[in-house]
Design a protein around this ligand. Structure first.
Ligand SMILES: NC(=O)c1ccc[n+]([C@@H]2O[C@H](COP(=O)([O-])OP(=O)(O)OC[C@H]3O[C@@H](n4cnc5c(N)ncnc54)[C@H](O)[C@@H]3O)[C@@H](O)[C@H]2O)c1
Ligand SMILES: O=C(O)[C@H]1O[C@H](OP(=O)(O)OP(=O)(O)OC[C@H]2O[C@@H](n3ccc(=O)[nH]c3=O)[C@H](O)[C@@H]2O)[C@H](O)[C@@H](O)[C@@H]1O
Length: 342
C-alpha cells in the first residue's frame, strides 16, 4: 500500500496496465476517444491529437453545445471518426485512451436541463469508466475548478475540499463533477483503471459559442456588436483565464504521464469582472458602455488556481497572457460575425 501525497489517502500502488493494453503498446497506432470533442476545448484537443500521424481519433458527441463545424477539417480524414452519441448511453469501442470531456460547460447551458447535466456527469462518466475497464484504456476526466465551490481558500490548491452548495442551481454541475471524480478514484482503487483528473479553470479562445453566455465570449461579442458589456454584480468577483492552447497542452501532458491528479490546470493571472470588461473595452471598442446587471445565485466570489503541482509534476505552466489571447479570440469572433476589421 502506498500513500497518495496529493489527497492523503492510502491507495494501491499504481495499476499495472492490463495485458490487453500492454499488447497495444506494441502497435504503432494509438486509438483515442474524445467525448465532447465537437465542443470548444475538445475540438482544439482533436486538432492537436490529429497532428500525430500515429493517432487515430474518435469523437463521440451529442452536439448539445458542440458543433460539427468545429471538426469540419477532419471529417472524411482516414484517421478520424465522428459519432453522434450521448454518453449517458453505453458505448462499445476498442480504444487505448479516453479524454472524457462530454458535459455542457457554460452555466446557462448546464442549468438549462440540470437533471440531464447530472446524468451526463454521473452516468456518462460511469459509462466511460466501464469502457476503460473493458478495454484496458487510460482515461482522463475534465473536472472543474467549480468543485471548490465558493472557495474559502485562495488560491485553490488540490488539497482543498471545497465549499459547495449541494442543493443550489449550480449543483448539477459542481456536485456532478465531484461525483465524477469520486467514480474515477473508485474505479482506480477497485479495478486498477489508469485515471487522470484535470481540474480546469476558466478557459477561453477561438471557437467558443458566440452566444455561449460565459463571460469572455459575452464581453467580446458585446464589444463587437457595439452593445454594453454586462458585468454581473458586484463585479469584484474574480476569475483566472487560461488560453485554450495552454489548456490542451496541459491535458495532453497529464494524459501522457503517470499522475492520477487531481491537478489544477489554469492560468493564475486573476482579474475582477470589472477589470476584464475594462480590458476588453480598451482592446476592442474603447467607446463601448459597461453596465452592471443582476447576478445569478451561488456565483463564486474568487477563483485562482495554485498551479505548483502542475509545474512540478507535469513541467507545465501557461504561456499566453490574457492581453495576448483576447485579440486571437476577437479575430475568430470577427470572422464568424462577419465583422472584419476596417
Ligand atoms: N471551458 C472551461 O472554462 C471549462 C472549465 C472547467 C471545466 N471544463 C470542462 O471541460 C469540458 C469541455 O468544456 P468546453 O468549454 O469545451 O464546453 P463545450 O460545451 O464547448 O463542450 C462540451 C461538449 O460536450 C458535448 N456534450 C454535452 N453533453 C453530452 C452528452 N450527454 N453526450 C455527449 N456529448 C455531450 C457537447 O455537445 C459539447 O460538444 C467539460 O467537461 C467542462 O466541464 C471547461
Ligand atoms: O472554470 C470553471 O471551472 C468553470 O467556469 C465557468 O463558471 P463561471 O466561472 O461562473 O463562468 P462564467 O459564466 O464565464 O462567469 C464568470 C464570471 O463572470 C460573470 N459574468 C458572466 C457573464 C456576463 O455577461 N457578465 C459577467 O459579469 C459571472 O457573474 C461570473 O462571476 C463554467 O461553469 C465552466 O465553464 C467551468 O467549469
Amino acid at each position: 500500500m502506498a500513500t497518495n501525497s496529493s489527497n492523503g489517502t492510502t491507495t494501491k500502488p499504481p495499476p499495472i496496465p492490463s495485458p490487453l493494453r500492454n499488447s497495444k503498446f506494441f502497435q504503432s497506432n494509438m486509438r483515442i476517444l474524445v467525448t465532447g470533442g465537437a465542443g470548444f476545448i475538445g475540438s482544439h484537443l482533436v486538432d492537436r491529437l490529429m497532428q500525430n500521424e500515429k493517432n487515430e481519433v474518435i469523437v463521440a458527441d451529442n452536439y448539445f453545445t458542440g458543433s460539427k463545424d468545429n471538426l469540419k477539417k477532419w471529417i472524411g480524414h482516414p484517421r478520424f471518426e465522428l459519432i453522434r452519441h450521448d454518453v449517458t448511453e453505453p458505448l462499445f469501442l476498442e480504444v487505448d485512451q479516453i479524454y472524457h470531456l462530454a458535459c455542457p460547460a457554460s452555466p446557462i447551458f448546464y442549468k438549462y436541463n440540470p437533471v440531464k447535466t447530472i446524468k451526463t456527469n454521473v452516468i456518462g462518466t460511469l459509462n466511460m469508466l466501464g469502457l476503460a475497464k473493458r478495454v484496458g484504456a487510460r482515461i482522463l476526466l475534465t473536472s472543474t475548478s467549480e468543485v471548490y465551490g465558493d472557495p474559502l481558500v485562495h488560491p485553490q490548491t488540490e488539497s482543498y475540499w471545497g465549499n459547495v452548495n449541494p442543493i443550489g442551481v449550480r449543483s448539477c454541475y459542481d456536485e456532478g463533477k465531484r461525483v465524477a471524480e469520486t467514480l474515477m478514484f473508485d474505479y482506480h482503487r477497485q479495478h486498477g483503471i489508469e485515471i487522470h483528473i484535470a481540474r480546469i479553470f476558466n478557459t477561453y479562445g477561438p471557437r467558443m459559442n458566440i452566444d455561449d453566455g460565459r463571460v469572455v465570449s459575452n464581453f467580446i461579442a458585446q464589444a463587437l456588436r457595439g452593445e454594453a458589456l454586462t458585468v454581473q454584480k458586484p463585479g469584484t468577483q474574480t476569475r483566472s483565464f487560461c488560453y485554450v492552447s495552454d489548456m490542451v497542452d496541459g491535458l495532453m501532458r497529464l494524459m501522457e504521464g503517470d499522475q492520477t491528479g487531481p491537478i489544477n490546470i489554469g492560468n493564475p493571472g486573476e482579474f475582477t469582472m470589472v477589470e476584464l470588461a475594462e480590458t476588453v473595452k480598451e482592446l476592442i471598442k474603447p467607446d463601448v458602455e459597461i453596465k452592471m446587471v443582476e447576478n445569478t445565485p451561488d456565483d463564486p466570489r474568487q477563483r485562482k488556481p495554485d498551479i505548483s503541482k502542475a509545474k512540478q509534476v507535469l513541467g507545465w505552466e501557461p504561456k499566453v497572457k490574457l492581453r495576448e489571447g483576447l485579440p486571437l479570440m476577437e479575430e475568430d469572433f470577427r470572422l464568424r460575425l462577419g465583422l472584419l476589421k476596417k
